[in-house]
Ligand binder design. Sequence first.
Ligand SMILES: [Cu+2]
Length: 144
Amino acid sequence: MTAMKYGFSRLVLLVAFLWSGAALAGEPAISDAWLRPPAVAGRPGALYFTLINPGPATAIVAVKAPIAGRAELHAHGMAGGIMRMRKVERVEVAAGGQVQFQPHGYHVMLFNLDEAKLGAAADVSFTLLLEGGAKVAGQAAIKR
Ligand SMILES: [Cu+2]
């Protein structure tokens, strides 16, 4: 009985080890996520983060955030000599690489924000949808 118990706990440890190893080796993860609320109520907010991708190349194809009615992927760039942002359908993430969402770069635009919830919260949850259906959950600190 003792030997069997010992064997079982070793198996649990091994599975736990393999699980965490797989997570470290291949699962994309979000870091440094933060949300900038709109300066004026009713305007959209912006969400920034870094997506670290230890695995094969992928792409961010959608974002969901319960705090917002709608979330769009946006890029910033020069167009006709002026800096402006535009909606993009996807943001590529290189194999073993990372992509930064930051002011004056890629960002997530959050429309129809729940102002009451936003005003009371310290952080909000969001989910990135990757090509192929994988999801990455994140938590964004609200920087007022
Ligand atoms: Cu934008």
